[in-house]
Each structure stands twice: as structure tokens, then as C-alpha cells.
Design a protein around this ligand. Structure first.
Ligand code: GLN
Length: 297
């Protein structure tokens, strides 16, 4: 890159380096990295193509491109990801929000019909994208956001602050649903929403290096089946949901039939349904706490 003395040349060189490393979106990603490093708007990369770059800028771009060449996700390099139209800060402590997770929000809102004072719980909040987005849309709710990772909760809290909803969310650190036990909300929760870890152990090695080598393993990896957390959610949510309350969970590809069977066999749920994402994959499972408790738990 030593002859990359203008913005235009640097952009071409960055693209070539990324292409050489097998990055599929090299042209776009080079633009993102340069715009970030040179503190320019994307359109300025073209209008200022002839502008020369300093040695310092060159070194900065080079170090970012090298990180991307080694498959660090673009979002960790840039420090952010858009979700439901909001910008979320991300660090390697949190899963990068995925577009398919927007369906969790849509379905929660579509099914919800929440009254003022409703209680919502986001299990495994990560970056806080689900809890924070819901808090920006819904007024007068109490939202509990749970995660076992202290570092993830720090990122989520910062995101809530950034979007002006800190006062609407209670952050709880601990394993799975257990922190809820101290909150006196048994039988009073209107919705439990979760994008749990759902990668099966056998699929781990085949994940993209960006995911496998950089994103938090504990946010991704379930057990041998991949559906272990869904099963726990189905069983453990019953004691917290109000009659008619919603359980809304994200699913991995091919997991819908098994998770649906588990929900049916668990008893205590009605209206079990799955919703497809834009790729036609059954991505979200919705179940409602039955109004009359099952005769045998
Ligand atoms: N959708 C993510 C992926 O395939 C997995 C998210 C999760 O396990 N909850 O990388």
C-alpha cells in the first residue's frame, strides 16, 4: 500500500486486499473501512478521490484492512450495527444484531396488544437490541433485560442510554431466567422474548470464521441439539407468564418442528405458531400461556 497516496488509490488497494482475503463484499466493505478511518461520508470517497492521504491515515486504513483480512467482523471494527433503524454499539462481548432478529420485534408487537404497565422480559439481551428497540416503541412498559455476561450488560446499558430509554429497562445479571426470581413477577409477565444461543455443537466448526472466531461463544452455542435453550425457556417461562402472556423465541434453521413439539408436550401453552423470515425459514416461535392452567403442571 506504500504508493496509496490518494483516497482513490487507497480505496482500490483496500478492495484488492479484501478480495484477496476472500471477503465477499470487498467493494462495499473497503468503502466502509475508508470512510470510518478517514472520517469521511461515503459519497466523499468519490468526490475527494484525488485528495492525498497522510502517512498516519494510510497506517490507520492498513491496520483496519488487516483486521478485516483476518476475518474480524466489520461491525466490531466499526463498533456498530444498525437494527430496526437504530444504531447499536457492539463489542466482542455481544452478538452482532442480525436482520432476522427484527422479526422477534415485529411479532412481539403484532401479537402483543400490551396494556400500560405491562411487564416484558428479554432473555439473553446481548447488545440490548431487542429490549432497547421495544423500549423506544412501547410506552409505559416495564422491561427486564437479562444476561449472564456482565460485559454484555455494559454494552446494552450504553445502547439504552444512547437511545434515551435507560429509565424504562431494568438490567439483571445471572443465569438464564434465574434473576427474575427476586423480582416478584411470578405469574405477572406479559411477554418473554428471547434470541437464545441455538447453534448445535456439531455445527460449530462449520460456522463462518467471523462468527466462530470472534463472536461470543456463549451467545451462540447451545448443546448437542441446538434447541436446549428453547426447551428451558418453554419449561421455565410458565411460572412467570401471566395467563395469555406471550413466549416469543428466535429459532435456527430446521428447529421449528422439534421446538413446536416440545411446546405442545410441555402443556400450558396455546396458539403455538411459527413465523417465517424473508428467506422462508421458520424463524420465530410464538406461544401463549394458557388461561386455565393445565390440570397437571
Ligand atoms: N443467527 C445466528 C447465526 O447463525 C445465531 C444466533 C443465535 O444463536 N441466537 O450466526
Amino acid at each position: 500500500m506504500s504508493d496509496s497516496r490518494t483516497v482513490g488509490k487507497l480505496l482500490v488497494n483496500a478492495q484488492q486486499m479484501l478480495e484477496g482475503a476472500g471477503i465477499a463484499n470487498a467493494v462495499q466493505e473497503a468503502r466502509w473501512l475508508l470512510a470510518y478511518a478517514l472520517e469521511m461520508k461515503h459519497h466523499e470517497l468519490a468526490s475527494r478521490a484525488e485528495q492525498s492521504v497522510t502517512a498516519e491515515q494510510l497506517a490507520c486504513v492498513l491496520s483496519l484492512v488487516r483486521r478485516r483480512e483476518s476475518r474480524e467482523p466489520l461491525q466490531y471494527i466499526l463498533g456498530s450495527q444498525e437494527f430496526c433503524g437504530l444504531d447499536f454499539s457492539v463489542t466482542p462481548a455481544v452478538l452482532i444484531p442480525r436482520p432476522e432478529t427484527e422479526l422477534l420485534i415485529q411479532e412481539t408487537l403484532r401479537e402483543g396488544g400490551f396494556a400500560g404497565g405491562a411487564v416484558l422480559v428479554d432473555v439473553g439481551t446481548g447488545s440490548g437490541c431487542v429490549a432497547v428497540t421495544l423500549a423506544t416503541i412501547l410506552g409505559g412498559m416495564r422491561i427486564f433485560a437479562l444476561d449472564c455476561s456482565h460485559d454484555a450488560l455494559s454494552v446494552a446499558k450504553a445502547n439504552a442510554e444512547r437511545h434515551g430509554v435507560s429509565d424504562k429497562i431494568v438490567w439483571l445479571e445471572g443465569d438464564f431466567l434465574s434473576p427474575l426470581k427476586e423480582c416478584s413477577v411470578a405469574g405477572a409477565v406479559d411477554a418473554i422474548i428471547s434470541n437464545p444461543p441455538y447453534i448445535a455443537e456439531a455445527d460449530w466448526a462449520g460456522l463462518q470464521p467471523e462468527v466462530r472466531d470472534y463472536e461470543p461463544r456463549q451467545a451462540l452455542l447451545a448443546g448437542p441439539q441446538g434447541t436446549e435453550f428453547h426447551e428451558r425457556l418453554i419449561h421455565d417461562s410458565k411460572q412467570f407468564l401471566v395467563p395469555g402472556g406471550l413466549l416469543v423465541m428466535e429459532l435456527g434453521q430446521g428447529q421449528a418442528p422439534l421446538v413446536r413439539r416440545v411446546a405442545e408436550a410441555a402443556g400450558g401453552y396455546t396458539g403455538i405458531q411459527t413465523v417465517k423470515d424473508e428467506a422462508g425459514i421458520d424463524r420465530v416461535l410464538i406461544a401463549r400461556r394458557a388461561c386455565e392452567g393445565p390440570s397437571h403442571g
